[in-house]
Write a new protein. Structure first.
Length: 224
């Protein structure tokens, strides 16, 4: 990662940390992960679990997971280049690896996923998000630091290539009920065409109208 790009991310992290809504955003993500796990039959709760937040930015997830009695560790560019360097943690240590809005910034995600697999415990989960190029189209390139687009097919294959199993890909809904996080034939059609409002919309309208997505969630497991 070149110096200019590194400087940009450090500056952005400082700016994000000043926003008043970051705490609630962290709570939203923790609730979403819990529901996604339950929807897929993984009755994991975060108490006494260890979570590594890769590309953690301003660590806006920390409070949400610590509120749930989890041990939280965040790593970002100031400590480690996640694309090229070994993560500064021991192997088989974490129950969850969270990496939101990160992989699209990596030219070659192979090293990153190999290291993520290494630091997860057997049976541990990786949870990531990334834009869905099929849904957002050319808007993906509006962020000049985006270098690698994904479809749900390519994202699934990428995780499988790096020895993750039970890969589940859904639209990146936030704070929906369990049924929204199950892989179904119509999940992506619904998120793109049937819901008029973004899932993060603050308009005072019924929640069932919200959920339109242009991104992906992936949940996968390191085998026991």
């Amino acid at each position: 990662m070149n110096t200019n790009k590194t400087g940009y991310f450090k500056s952005r992290n400082a700016s994000l940390a000043m926003r008043s809504d970051r705490h609630e955003m962290g709570q939203r993500e923790a609730r979403t992960l819990a529901t996604m796990l339950q929807a897929n039959g993984d009755e994991h709760f975060f108490g006494n679990k260890s979570i590594i937040d890769l590309g953690c930015g301003d660590q806006y997830l920390r409070q949400a997971f610590e509120d749930r009695a989890a041990f939280y560790r965040g790593i970002d560019i100031g400590e480690c280049n996640l694309e090229t360097e070994e993560f500064p943690v021991e192997s088989n240590k974490y129950d969850f690896a969270v990496c939101l809005a990160l992989v699209e910034h990596l030219r070659d995600p192979g090293h990153f996923l190999t290291e993520t697999h290494r630091v997860l415990k057997p049976g541990g989960f990786i949870w990531l998000s990334t834009p869905d190029i099929e849904a957002c189209g050319a808007k993906f390139w509006n962020d000049p630091t985006h270098v690698h687009p994904y479809t749900r097919t390519s994202l699934r294959m990428l995780l499988q290539m790096h020895e993750f199993t039970k890969v589940r890909i859904t639209p990146n809904y936030r704070c929906k009920s369990e049924g929204w996080y199950r892989e179904t034939r119509y999940a992506f059609f619904r998120s793109r065409y049937l819901l008029p409002l973004l899932g993060t919309s603050r308009l005072p309208l019924p929640e069932f109208l919200k959920g339109r997505c242009s991104g992906l969630f992936a949940l996968a497991q390191k085998p026991y």
